[in-house]
Design a protein. Structure first.
Length: 112
């Protein structure tokens, strides 16, 4: 069964955006929206995440979770998706740390 997907991209190669636009519409630069099957969604995400390079991509799609959706990310980013008791939350990191823990944080401040 087809479901709605949203893919947001930043600084990706032109050929990746071209491939996405074959299946999804681009209502504004870097934002792709459409209704595709889970198989097509997974194939598109595989292609995007493999060639994102120095850019960033985020996929949001329906899932059988408490929130009703799932988030996948690829590329360099300050925001990381973490699982907190079955909920997907966003964790911010400082520039240049790429998700590494800072030594000044206490263990209770780090959510894993």
């Amino acid at each position: 069964m087809a479901s709605m997907v949203v893919i947001s991209t930043t600084a990706i190669p032109d050929h990746v955006g071209g491939a996405l636009s074959r299946w999804l519409i681009e209502p504004c630069p870097g934002l792709f929206v459409g209704t595709v099957s889970a198989r097509v969604r997974d194939e598109l995400w595989s292609a995007v995440s493999a060639s994102v390079g120095e850019g960033l991509a985020v996929l949001v799609h329906p899932a059988d979770t408490e929130q009703g959706f799932a988030i996948r990310t690829a590329g360099q980013r300050r925001r990381h998706v973490i699982d907190f008791d079955g909920l997907q939350l966003i964790r911010f990191t400082a520039d240049g740390l790429n998700g590494a823990s800072r030594s000044s944080e206490t263990p209770s401040a780090i959510v894993k």
